[in-house]
Write a protein that binds this ligand. Structure first.
Ligand code: ADP
Length: 447
């Protein structure tokens, strides 16, 4: 049993973990940069340690600083949240060397899935359907042009180390290949220190469907259905829901079983998400995230489970607290990501919150680290809150979302709240009839 968990993160996800720990009777340690001394996660944790200056490389990404904080406070486990060190195999290895438990998968699983080429190879071998494309890395332009001809344009060139929507370029024709190929490479190199790229058929009308899986590390695993995250801007999700409006119970059971079996076979431990593009009734694997996702609350809502509690439990060595048969979908949930950004320009606008009022009432959850008078520092991600609604069906969930957005007050800065008010006026959002490109087209036409 863990006595004290250090949360190697900030913002709403740090609160999420501290809350789960407290309900389990486990102590919590917050770490923070000098820019975050007044942050909510520092106030909410039992203890806190300043681990460095504002720059995340010197604080939230500093492995020695975080390990020192765990040793000073006597924390016996670390939860990484998402982002920062959550998918860093070196970090996980270092924790193991220091006898500190990591609440997440093994370094080896993180390494394999963090490289998109080896992830695809592994998944293919485990029977998971993948997007057609190059076998492994594509070394040069000649090879890239051959792949383009073989699979037919458009194709997408992707950095094997890519993430957060970076390191991806589309080529619509052989003429576009030289520029697309070299810019995907240089973006991969600049952002991730790795210029290896691979090529996939570019699907023109897919939905983004991801399957939540959970393993006990002892060969057992379950799936918790899908999330539809098709409303994206620059390959980044803004609106997520579960269950997916375009997925039938039979399709869910089929792809869910494939995913659960795959992670069971590799003795995967903890939460994971297997991401697919879904087009014309077929699923195509794109990547696996070996951590908790930003959008995990929609899954928690419809299944009535606490995924962070479950992560902690399996890291302590317990069996899963639910079987596949226990997992029954109840209703519909939607999450919207509220960013400190202008709308419709999406330019970051950190600043001081004059007034903050969170919505409430039946089926409403607001995960946010904001408070009255808080100053959002300019150094980090612009996500400042997640509004999650849960209702008996999709129509009721959309109505609840509109009602809750109407109650939400974030005064003093610009946010993306107007985006969601505008989206809720659109018939396609109500019918669920869109693919991953819909939002960008809509933004172009409307604003
Ligand atoms: P990241 O790790 O940067 O999030 P992913 O591989 O998960 O990258 O892809 C992110 C998004 O990029 C997908 O949700 C989808 O919108 C788009 N995308 C990725 N691969 C393809 C593809 N083969 N065809 C069409 N769109 C794609």
């Amino acid at each position: 049993m863990f006595k004290k968990i250090l949360v190697a993160n900030r913002g709403e996800i740090a609160l999420r973990v501290i809350r789960a720990a407290r309900e389990m009777g486990i102590g919590s340690v917050a770490v923070h940069s000098t820019a975050d001394s007044d942050a909510m996660h520092v106030r909410m944790a039992d203890e806190s340690v300043c681990i460095g200056p504002a720059s995340s490389t010197e604080s939230y990404l500093s492995i020695p600083a975080i390990i020192a904080a765990a040793e000073i406070t006597g924390a016996d486990a670390i939860h990484p949240g998402y982002g920062f060190l959550s998918e860093n195999a070196t970090f996980v290895q270092a924790l193991q060397d220091h006898d500190i438990n990591f609440i997440g998968p093994t370094a080896e699983h993180i390494r394999v899935m963090g490289d998109k080429i080896s992830a695809k190879d592994t998944m293919r071998a485990l029977g998971v359907p993948c997007v057609p494309g190059s076998e492994g890395g594509v070394p040069d332009l000649d090879a890239a042009l051959k792949i383009g001809e073989e699979f037919g344009y458009p194709v997408i060139i992707k950095a094997t180390a890519g993430g957060g929507g970076r390191g991806m370029k589309v080529a619509n024709s052989a003429e576009e290949m030289p520029t697309a190929f070299s810019s995907a490479r240089s973006e991969g190199k600049a952002a991730f220190g790795n210029d290896e790229v691979y090529i996939e058929k570019y699907l023109t009308t897919p939905r983004h469907i991801e399957i939540q899986v959970f393993g006990d590390g002892k060969g057992r695993a379950v799936h918790l259905g899908e999330r539809d995250c098709s409303l994206q801007r620059r390959h980044q999700k803004v609106f997520e829901e579960a269950p997916g409006p375009a997925i039938s119970a039979e399709e869910r059971a089929r792809i869910g079983e494939v995913c659960a079996n795959a992670v069971a076979k590799i003795n995967y431990i903890g939460a994971g998400t297997i991401e697919f593009l879904y087009e014309k009734g077929e699923f195509y694997f794109i990547e696996m995230n070996t951590r908790l996702q930003v959008e995990h609350p929609v899954t928690e809502a419809i299944f009535g489970v606490d995924l962070v509690r479950e992560q902690i439990r399996v890291a302590e060595g317990h069996d899963l607290s639910f079987t596949q048969d226990d997992l029954i979908i109840n209703g519909h949930a939607i999450e919207v990501r509220i960013n400190a950004e202008t709308f419709p320009g999406f330019a970051p606008r950190p600043g001081k919150i004059n007034a903050y009022h969170a919505p409430g009432g039946l089926g409403v959850r607001m995960d946010s680290a904001l408070y009255d008078g808080y100053s959002i520092p300019p150094h980090y991600d612009s996500l400042i809150g997640k509004l999650i609604v849960h209702a008996p069906d999709r129509k009721a969930a959309l109505a609840r979302l509109e009602r809750a957005l109407g109650e939400l007050i974030i005064d003093g800065i610009e946010t993306t709240i107007p985006l969601f008010h505008a989206l809720l006026q659109e018939p396609e959002v109500h019918s669920g009839d869109y693919n991953i490109h819909w939002l960008e087209h809509w933004l172009e036409q409307k604003f």
